[in-house]
Design a protein around this ligand. Sequence first.
Ligand code: NG1
Ligand code: ZN
Length: 529
Amino acid sequence: DMDLGAITTRSAFHAKPHGLTLQYGTAGFRTKAENLDHIMFRMGLLAVLRSKQTKSTIGVMVTASHNPEEENGVKLIDPLGEMLAPSWEEHATRLADAEEQDMQRVLIDISEKEAVDLQQDAFIVIGRDTRPSSEKLSQSVIDGVTVIGGQFHDYGFFKKTPLHYMVYCRNTGGQYGKATIEGYYQKLSKAFVELTRQASCSGDGYRSLKVDCANGIGALKLREMEHYFSQGLSVQLFNDGTTGKLNHLCGADFVKSNQQPPQGMEMKSNERCCSFDGDADRIVYYYYDTDGHFHLIDGDKMATLISGFLKELLSEIGESLNIGVVQTAYANGSSTRYLEEVMKVPVSCTQTGVKHLHHKAQEFDIGVYFEANGHGTVLFSKAVEMKIKELAEELEEKKRKAAKILENIIDLFNQAAGDAISDMLAIEAILALKGLTVQQWDAIYTDLPNRQLKVKVADRRVISTTDAERQAVTPPGLQEAINDLVKKYQLSRAFVRPSGTEDVVRVYAEADSQESADHLAHEVSLAVF
Ligand code: NG1
Ligand code: ZN
């Protein structure tokens, strides 16, 4: 049973700042670290209730990903490594907002609504990023977990994705791979090394890559893992956290939003480089051409490379498995057009946030999903996995080869959630197998020039959207204003939506030239006020 008296007593040590209301958004709770102590304690409580209800291990990750170092956040991970179910997001918001005297009632209410068996055991796994505030905050999570009678394992520093993976493994009895970090690294590396062996090798030094680690967790993890895959790829790490500040002037978010290289990285022309974000679940590629122009290769182009490659393999093994790509409104218009019209791959658009993409991708035999900013992975249905295993044994040479490649590709993609290292190895393997240079990859299609802006408004929630966030419903008149502005430009498109992770409204515009995209974004941001 819940010892409500003890919970109330402990809760007083994690008091809620007066008047603070927070919402469980796309990425859980995020705000200034100093305002998060009570949230952490309460999410410890909630994770235990969720664990009892699902009779499974639940994950709690303390991180604010690419947000500035002073901020932090927390999110819960459901039994199969997935994002928290929507009804529980609402419980999280209610519990977070409850005043001290209402806590007991809210806890009882959630338990009753969700028919939680309070006698059931609960097990929670906890991970955190490298932010200075994360250690203390994860202690508050533990305080919540233990006071309500849960057991836990604290993994300490952790990349978000392996925590997803760990939750998945614990709940599926280890069939998916050993539930250890070591097991995860080995599985990825083995698949990668086998794939690169299957590639007919091109010139010297082809498989070396410069990686900007955003001064985050990716550097630690790559160092630990490097020796497992070094036969297939040598990585040179920059912004490895020894001197710089997390996500400061570096990392995937910086590179993508500023469309410029990170500081602290030496780049020669035509050299393939990539950036992770601070918690290493996002990756973007880029290079300088011989004229000194910077080329960004974002999530959309990764999705295109990957889905094109998978489609070729499927046609080689002659199976009519369906493959689809899932994007958001931020996907570059050129990528959508190329996927649909040239590659003839069905494309779906969902709301921002990987949970939406992940969910949609599960509808395909093979679902490739990426946000433009570099979050993503590939999901394979159980039926596909079985079919491929069969084919890898039985068929004639050519088909068997293709099936074997697919088998390794399946192992390479993290099925629980995207992971920068897993995506990086998959991309590197595909480039090697196809014998593509970074320029050839980039040349698949040309991005439409685009601009993203942030606008501060009094209350961003006055903006609501529909059609996967591409149309504004409120405030009245806003969508009409955007439509009129868009008409003034060629190949243009624009939309606005309230951010789920920052107190801003995001504006996106694309058009036939950078100047037009910049103008349009600026004009739309004026219409938001
Ligand atoms: P918000 O703040 O809701 O736009 C941002 C990213 C998402 C996702 C989340 C979670 C953009 C435009 N939005 O969400 O793609 O990465 O953070 O980290 O990049
Ligand atoms: Zn991230």
